[in-house]
Design a protein around this ligand. Structure first.
Ligand code: SF4
Ligand code: SF4
Length: 81
């Protein structure tokens, strides 16, 4: 089971693309309305840069079982295994 999840709050995301541009591992691609979608989950290192750079607090790297576990928009990643 993945130890971390990447959580994208699509209600808060404005589709600026910053997280996509700054991800050093090219994990994120551009989805509908410019919002990020995970295209290379296996490449994520859970570095947290996407979370750090997002001006709207719309993307977070969470521990499995963390505060937003169970949210619809969470995307499991394998980083930390
Ligand atoms: S945690 Fe790091 S590697 Fe993973 S999607 Fe965010 S910026 Fe990319
Ligand atoms: S940086 Fe934040 S607001 Fe911009 S596209 Fe990424 S998640 Fe959405």
């Amino acid at each position: 089971m993945p130890l971390r999840v990447l959580w994208i709050n699509s209600d808060w995301c404005k589709g600026c693309g910053i997280c996509i541009a700054f991800c050093p591992r090219k994990v994120l691609g551009t989805g509908p309305e410019g919002k990020p979608e995970v295209i290379r989950p296996e490449a994520c290192t859970a570095c947290g840069l996407c979370e750090l750079r997002c001006p709207d607090y719309a993307i977070e790297v969470l521990e499995q079982g963390g505060k937003n576990n169970g949210q619809e928009n969470r995307l499991e990643i394998n980083a930390g295994q």
